[in-house]
Design a protein around this ligand. Structure first.
Ligand SMILES: C[S@@+](CC[C@H](N)C(=O)[O-])C[C@H]1O[C@@H](n2cnc3c(N)ncnc32)[C@H](O)[C@@H]1O
Length: 216
């Protein structure tokens, strides 16, 4: 995977686990319903590993990859405490997944990762996910957001995450969110649903239905 850099946010690790993870709990419940038990899963930009733990507990073989060392340390601490074995955390850059062979995973998932990345990172990560997995699940903020308190709350959370984070989110939003990113990567959506008062979108993609001639 070459030299691995570290991504740092003030909220990485414990703060994320205490404040953000509970907020997304229902989203993870829904993802877990979609993923068949026994699947081999790659969770890209896994944060503190909350989704990884959920899927491992239902019998999936899970690898979580994450660029923030503090997030990975938090995930590994929990793993030691809970003694879960069918789970592995890697500190690494998901734009380069060369240690994994083509279609090594049944499913690759990214949740709330793409909106905070640069356009180049988003494109590379989607292409790598497409290469290493048979099926993709991509979760992020829905665009447009509802003009209600729920939508305002999401924007507010992104502002609190810091100016750099908010600027990327704004750019993600302005471009049209997941619809734009997936179209750009030549990825055809199989199924999409909105949850959490329509603020969050879960998109499913099957590799067999990628557009011919799409990137990768
Ligand atoms: C908002 S958090 C989402 C964490 C988790 N997936 C969740 O659902 O709560 C986005 C994460 O993406 C990670 N990230 C950003 N760029 C990455 C990259 N190139 N490779 C791996 N992880 C990355 C960040 O460090 C951060 O922890």
């Amino acid at each position: 995977m070459g030299r691995v850099l570290n991504k740092v946010h003030y909220y990485d690790g414990r703060i994320y686990e205490r404040v953000i993870d509970p907020y997304f709990a229902k989203v993870r419940d829904r993802i877990s319903e979609i993923v068949p038990s026994g699947s081999r899963v790659l969770d890209v930009a896994c944060g503190t590993g909350a989704l990884c733990f959920k899927l491992a507990t239902k019998g999936c073989e899970v690898i979580g990859i994450e660029l923030s060392l503090k997030m990975v340390e938090r995930a590994k601490l929990r793993q030691r405490q809970e003694k879960i074995e069918n789970l592995q955390f890697i500190h690494g850059d998901a734009t380069r997944l060369e240690k994994f062979s083509d279609k090594a995973f049944d499913i690759a998932i990214i949740s709330f990762g793409l909106h905070e990345m640069t356009p180049d990172e988003r494109r590379k990560i989607l292409l790598e996910m497409k290469r290493v997995a048979k099926r993709l699940i991509i979760v992020d903020y829905a665009v447009p957001q509802p003009h209600r308190l729920a939508g305002i709350t999401c924007r507010f959370k992104e502002i609190v995450a810091g100016w750099g984070h908010f600027s990327r989110f704004r750019e993600f939003y302005r471009l049209g969110g997941l619809s734009f990113l997936l179209k750009e990567a030549g990825i055809e959506i199989l199924d999409r649903e909105r949850i959490k008062k329509e603020t969050i979108e879960i998109v499913q993609v099957k590799n067999s239905v990628f557009h011919k001639g799409g990137a990768g």
